[in-house]
Design a protein around this ligand. Structure first.
Ligand code: AMP
Ligand code: ZN
Length: 486
């Protein structure tokens, strides 16, 4: 049985019950990175948010096809067809082929997302691998009368489209205001209308990434790739389309227009937008130059950082905010997340060592149902984390001998942790992967036990105090000795 999930649909401007078109199948398309430079932490926040959504849909019983593209061509510096090609510019700077740039930063993107323990999408199509599909779609839009060619470039006719459809349906802006805020066309312009945007762009003599088309040699516009690839892998109508909020006004607005002009259907039933990671209140972005690279955050090697933070600390920090709220980066907030995450992981390590009693002072079912309820309410991860801290408190109370738990309740607690911490949040115990440390600690605890049995308190104290100076605390109880990293 699937969960009754309510999600915020940008198109409807409210939370709606999630009813897939063809349950239990779910098609989800998320706009991927433009791989012309390293992904910054803001990009990571969006992909971590959709990883949470992907994981929870799967946990809820849906069979999800998750498509996340790689933009490796066609993205000009300005979102409205102005400026240089991002790849060509970077290639010149780094003295590499554009496709070397694409390869380098695609690999880097995958490395970073692996560190954050996100799941790979089901399909990861590239724009350059789908030129034919984009050309076919442009031909269809032209045949339907919503695009025109001017001197080797093809433009989408926003005015014509607006006479049959609502161009601003996604963001509910006023078209007149939009027109008033857009630069007036001059004599040099090929466009018929101010809001028209390019579907196909004529290559300049120096353009390296170029393909033949019915309109001459050129390259596709940025927006058309997502319309073509989402339709190819998910159909003309699919369930969820996602991306960062900054994409709604132009990129997603144009995607909807292209798909409708081609297929006469709204492409996605639900549009989901993640909010921005900010630095001192300003959106983190490549162009603003305030972007931390994940590597800089892990090592602490950045002027704005006091020290480094581990990938799981950073992920926990992100999950402590709802995906539709802004999240401001600060050293203090990361310090607090690190403490909280360690507290949770220490409790989880103790969980395996708890000995069940006949009776139970705690019921775990309400915690589980609160977590499910929170996730069903538009994927409210901060509420889940509050419940996980309650679980932490319960585990510590039992471990301190101040409460009892029965075997069935203990099993429920283990399931809660497995489901929500590891499966849905995709968190990992970064120390647990250090199996050597665990083996060494088992041995040290054994030696200390033997020393105590031989009344060799000098040795047992030396071990305890020595470990303490390394930040490892031993805790003795009637069931044996456990350790935590302070
Ligand atoms: P790009 O590589 O610029 O095309 O962006 C890739 C994804 O990251 C898009 O979905 C953007 O909306 C998203 N994104 C960009 N900047 C931020 C930010 N500061 N916080 C969260 N998401 C962002
Ligand atoms: Zn897109």
């Amino acid at each position: 049985m699937e969960n009754a999930i309510h999600l915020y649909n940008t198109l409807a401007r409210r939370k709606e019950l999630f009813e897939p078109i063809n349950a239990p199948h779910v098609g989800m398309y998320v706009c991927g990175p433009t791989v012309y430079s390293d992904v910054h932490l803001g990009n990571c926040r969006t992909f971590i948010s959709f990883d949470l959504i992907f994981r929870y849909l799967k946990y809820s019983g849906y069979k999800v096809r998750y498509v996340r593209n790689i933009t490796d061509a066609g993205h000009l510096e300005g979102d409205r067809d102005e400026g240089d090609d991002k790849f060509a510019k970077r290639a010149k700077l780094e003295q590499l082929e554009p496709m070397e740039i694409v390869q380098k930063y695609t690999l880097g993107f995958h490395d970073v997302l692996r560190m954050f323990n996100t799941l790979p999408p089901s399909i990861e199509p590239t724009a350059t691998g789908h030129i034919t599909e984009q050309i076919e779609m442009i031909k269809e839009i032209m045949a339907n009368g919503y695009a025109y060619e001017a001197n080797g470039t093809v433009y989408f006719d926003v005015e014509k489209y607006s006479s049959h459809y609502n161009y601003t349906i996604l963001t509910n802006r006023n078209l007149e205001d939009m027109l008033a805020n857009t630069r007036e066309l001059g004599g040099q312009d090929e466009k018929r209308g101010r809001l028209d945007f390019a579907l196909w762009i004529k290559a300049k003599p120096e353009t390296i990434m170029r393909w033949p088309s019915p309109w001459g040699v050129g390259f596709p516009g940025w927006h058309i790739e997502c319309s073509a690839m989402s339709a190819k892998y998910l159909g003309d109508e699919f369930d969820i389309h996602g991306g960062g909020m900054d994409l709604a006004a132009t990129h997603h607005t144009n995607e909807i227009a292209q798909s409708e002009a081609c297929n006469h259907k709204q492409p996605a039933k639900y549009w989901m937008h993640t909010n921005m990671l900010t630095v001192n209140g300003t959106r983190m972005s490549k162009s603003a130059g305030n972007g931390f690279l994940p590597g800089e955050l892990f090592t602490g090697n950045h002027p704005l950082l006091d020290r480094g933070y581990s990938p799981m600390t950073v992920k926990f920090f992100m999950l402590q905010a709802h995906y539709r709220s802004t999240l401001d980066f600060s050293n203090e907030a990361l310090d607090a997340s690190e403490k909280g995450f360690k507290r949770l992981m220490n409790a989880i390590n103790l969980l395996g060592k708890l000995v069940p009693s006949a009776e139970s002072d705690f019921e775990i079912e309400p915690l589980i149902s609160n977590c499910v309820k929170a996730m069903n309410d538009d994927f409210n991860s901060p509420v889940v984390i509050a419940e996980l801290f309650e679980a932490t408190r319960i585990i510590n109370t039992i471990h301190d001998g101040k409460g009892k738990i029965s075997a069935p309740e203990l099993e429920k607690m283990k399931k809660l942790i497995d489901d929500f911490v590891f499966n849905i949040f995709g968190l990992m115990d970064e120390d647990a992967s250090n199996t050597e440390l665990h083996s060494v600690m088992d041995m040290v605890i054994d030696i200390r036990k033997a020393a105590k049995e031989n009344k060799d308190y000098a040795t047992s104290d030396k071990i305890r105090i020595g470990l303490q100076s390394m930040g490892i605390q031993l805790k003795d109880s009637k069931d044996g000795t456990t350790w935590i990293k302070a």
